[in-house]
Design a protein around this ligand. Structure first.
Ligand code: FES
Length: 129
C-alpha cells in the first residue's frame, strides 16, 4: 500500500500540479527550510473569501514539492476560513506514508506557507498548529 503512495508522491514531484506563478494573486507567501534550503512560494487568488486559484513555485525534496502539489489541488474552491483549518494531519493524509521527524518539516513547508500567507504572518511558528 505504501508503494502506491510513494509512486503518487513521485508523480507529483515529477509533474507538479498548479506549478507556476499567479500574477493576479491576492496573497503571495514564501517559506523556506533553513536546514536544507528548500523553498516554496504560494500564490493564492482570493475573491469573496473563496480561494479561486492557486499556484506554487518551489525547489527541493520530493516530499516538500509533492506536498505542495497535493495541497494546491485541495485549495481551489475552499473558503479562506476552511483553508485556515487545514492542519498537519490533512497534509500527512494526502501524502499517505509515515513521515518521520526528519522529514516532517519537508511535508509541512507548504502548510507553513499557507497558514502564514492566510494569516498575514511573516514568521509563522512551527509549533503554532
Ligand atoms: Fe528540504 Fe525536504 S530536504 S524540505
Amino acid at each position: 500500500m505504501d508503494d502506491l503512495y510513494r509512486e503518487n508522491i513521485l508523480e507529483h514531484y515529477k509533474h507538479p500540479q498548479n506549478f507556476g506563478e499567479l500574477p493576479a494573486a491576492t496573497i503571495v507567501h514564501e517559506e523556506h527550510n533553513p536546514l536544507c534550503g528548500d523553498q516554496i512560494t504560494l500564490y493564492l487568488l482570493i475573491e469573496d473569501e473563496i480561494i479561486k486559484d492557486v499556484r506554487f513555485r518551489g525547489k527541493g525534496c520530493a516530499i516538500s514539492q509533492a506536498a505542495a502539489s497535493m495541497l494546491s489541488e485541495e485549495l481551489v474552491g475552499r473558503s479562506v476560513e476552511d483553508a485556515r483549518t487545514l492542519d498537519k494531519q490533512a497534509v500527512l493524509d494526502l501524502l499517505g506514508i509515515p513521515i518521520g521527524p526528519v522529514r516532517i518539516k519537508c511535508a509541512l513547508l507548504v502548510l507553513k506557507a499557507l497558514k502564514a500567507g492566510l494569516y498575514g504572518l511573516t514568521d509563522w511558528e512551527d509549533d503554532a498548529w
